[in-house]
Design a protein around this ligand. Sequence first.
Ligand code: PLP
Length: 376
Amino acid sequence: MTETDFRALDARFYMPAFGRDRMLVKGEGSRVWDDQGNEFIDCVAGIAVCSTGHCHPHVVEALCRQARTLIHISNLFYVPGQAELAKRLVEITGLHKAFFSNSGAEANEGAIKLARLATGRDRFVAFEHGFHGRTMASLAVTHKPAIREPFGPLEPGCDFVEYGDIEALKGAVTSRTAGVFVEAIQGEAGIIFPPEGFLRGVRDICDDSGALMIADEVQTGMGRTGRWLAIQHSGVDPDIVSLAKGIASGFPMGAIVAREGLEFSRSQHGSTFAGGPLACAVARATIEVIEEVLPSVAAKGERFREALARFEPRVCGLMIGITAGERCDGVAAACAAEGVLVNCAADGNIRIVPPLVITDGEIDSVCDVLSRALAR
Ligand code: PLP
């Protein structure tokens, strides 16, 4: 198919909800190629999804093996590999039981249902600039007015307070609050770190009020920051964790993992596809690869930090933000022209979330290109 064909077909037949200009057709490790044969080091990685790199052989092998054996059955039956994956997620998070979904938004839907069920309360508190998904309930706890407001009225009711402001949180959490949604690092907001002690403060307020602390680790989880969960850097234990993105190397999957005493009973929640044999096989293989590479993630982040020091990067493992302001799109375009893909999160912040398998040589190339683009 020629370039004009796919652009024209897309314009005619696909709803224009995304802004995009390039088609990527092949990937291997941290590299991707477009339809013109141009090669890039991919620091977008499906927006923090392709943590094992593109088409990791161990992941591909698990996918193909499972596809040849059994693609789908139903949660009416025990699913091969599902309980083993749940056990792994419980070990990784230090929580008690898992439940699967097909995306991050849907994981947060599950967390919302579970929090309402467990507390008998109806409202939520979340943070300004936080992002939790685009389904109706996950959108209700997502802050950005431009993506919320066209779809109201939204349920559940949610109050938003400034990220990092513990006093404001105290004032917002009431006896009606079922849960507080928090990202340990705000991803879509532009890789924004909370002040020291903030997550502990959220935990304390939840404990005092009986609200559940829901850590949205959809973007920060699965090894992205050098630990399995970003919240683990703070030593704080949430009540519920939501996961997706990096969990299955790009195969659609999400999950919630909850502490003891928080669970759905029969018929209270479910999904046709969630936790199917293919997703579970790919996620288990993904976790095996991440387990190997995880000890190197912090050092790789430090390599980025040192090379980009003069641009004051915000670094936690391989989750890196740099403020570029109005120049952000121009910097991203300049990087792409030199073979490096990065994208702009909110408020002019360059987001760098490469595969966790990125090599030191690739990091050096990325930093060279980025430094030139930022210095311009
Ligand atoms: N939560 C966070 C923190 C996210 O970054 C995202 C997506 O960017 C979501 C939830 C929604 O995930 P999904 O797009 O898989 O529905």
